[in-house]
Design a protein around this ligand. Structure first.
Ligand SMILES: *Cc1c(COP(=O)(O)O)cnc(C)c1O
Length: 418
């Protein structure tokens, strides 16, 4: 610790400035940095963003008020941040082959709120994956605006296979005539069949909204099919597999561009966060490189390896595997439920989430490989991780011993190598 302090105090980096002015808060930043780099990050929604993205986030653009859109702002002095926002939007359009990109959404949830605001009226019927099967809060949870303001109907997944049953989606769509159909999930491990959803939406005259918060980074890297040719509106986050700053974005065709823009500002948000938008531009630039495509494919290879090794250790992997960066699994055969498992693994320095399992009462585990792949881990390390996870859950590996192995493993793969 004191070594870190000396090094940072010696230079006048922004962290050094913070340490001198506010050591109490600086300690918290160091502690979180240490936690992230010495424990195993298997939360499917997380990643390590690049030093360049972090630099944009900590830049003077954080000072700028910029309500409105480039060339049409409610504040003066926006001529330079306008260039940043245009660049971010152009890069997003090129990366995803979209006619229009709105890069102002503060988060994934804000992007979904704006998509609904652009297409729906309160009380409209919306069809989405039910929350017990991996729907997001914004897909009709009674605790969220979506469940309060719209009439959500949930489709599910097949009890045997865990796969979305498009016949059920079509039957519900015919019976309920939704104004919009949402496809997208926080836990579905397989590629979505966007063409099938488009076909159902067309049959009943519904809009198709793809909430691609999770897979959009795989789409950018060519490791998952793109919803852009099929959905009227694509909502996404920029901080999950895509590895950018925390935030959201919306992609759509030119015919909906104006409605989407107005739904973001002024309908659901105020001033754009220009430092985050600049950081999004950096992330889109990174995601357009061959290195990122290789990364996205390795993320999937790692998730497949992790799923296969966990299954070999006795966990029941939903759908039998994964096409994406995430998998869900029931640890019950090892004698624990998901909630207990999360606690045991936390003691071993293995950080992951519990999740609902389709057609099960007990909770399961959700694991993702975006962050560990950014650290440079590969299939060999996924095997070691699966062995550690299973040993801790079965009670044959002492969590303290596993913690030491996790320290060794993470020391070999620092998220921010010097
Ligand atoms: C992560 C996620 C969101 C919300 O993103 P936030 O930035 O946390 O608001 C919305 N929808 C889906 C499917 C997600 O996975």
């Amino acid at each position: 610790m004191s070594v870190t302090h000396e090094i940072i105090e010696a230079d006048d980096s922004s962290v050094g400035v913070l340490l001198r002015q506010d050591p109490e808060l600086a300690e918290i930043l160091f502690a979180e940095g240490r936690r992230q780099s010495t424990t195993l990050q298997l939360i499917a929604a997380e990643n390590f963003t690049s030093p360049a993205v972090l630099a944009a986030l900590g830049s003077p653009l954080a000072n700028k008020y910029a309500e409105g859109y480039p060339g049409a702002r409610h504040h003066g002095g926006c001529e330079i941040v306008d260039v940043a926002e245009r660049l971010a939007a152009q890069r997003a359009q090129a990366l995803f082959g979209a006619e229009h990109a709105n890069v102002q959404s503060h988060s994934g949830s804000s992007a979904v709120l704006a998509a609904y605001a652009a297409l729906l009226r309160p009380g409209d019927t919306v069809l989405a994956l039910g929350l017990p099967y991996g729907g997001h809060l914004t897909h009709g949870s009674p605790a969220n605006f979506s469940g309060r303001w719209f009439d959500f109907v949930g489709y599910g997944v097949d009890a045997e296979t865990g796969l979305i049953d498009h016949d059920q989606v079509r039957t519900l769509a015919r019976a309920r005539r939704p104004k919009a159909i949402v496809c997208g999930s926080i836990a579905y491990p397989r590629h979505l069949d966007y063409a099938a959803f488009r076909d159902i939406a067309d049959e009943v005259g519904a809009y198709l909204i793809a909430d691609a918060a999770h897979p959009i980074g795989l789409v950018a890297g060519g490791a998952a099919p793109s919803p852009v040719p099929y959905a009227d509106i694509v909502c996404a986050t920029t901080h999950k597999v895509l590895r950018g700053p925390r935030g959201g974005m919306i992609l759509c065709g030119s015919e909906l561009a104006e409605r989407v823009d107005r739904a973001v500002f002024p309908f659901t948000q105020g001033g754009a966060q220009m430092h985050t938008i600049a950081a999004k531009a950096v992330a889109f630039g990174e995601a357009a490189t061959p290195a990122f495509a290789a990364y996205a494919h390795q993320v999937v290879a790692n998730a497949r390896a992790l799923a296969a090794h966990l299954a070999a250790e006795g966990l029941v992997v939903t759908t039998g595997g994964t096409d994406t960066h995430l998998l869900t699994a029931d640890p019950a055969p090892l004698g624990v439920d998901g909630k207990t498992a999360r606690g045991l693994l936390a003691a071993a320095g293995i950080v992951l989430d519990c999740c609902a399992l389709p057609h099960a009462d007990a909770r399961g585990l959700r694991l993702g490989t975006a962050a560990v792949t950014t650290q440079g881990m590969g299939e060999r390390e996924m095997r070691a991780v699966a062995t550690l996870v299973a040993g801790v859950l079965r009670g044959t590996t002492d969590p303290a011993a596993a913690r030491a192995d996790v320290r060794d493993l993470t020391a070999e793969f620092p998220p921010y190598p010097d």
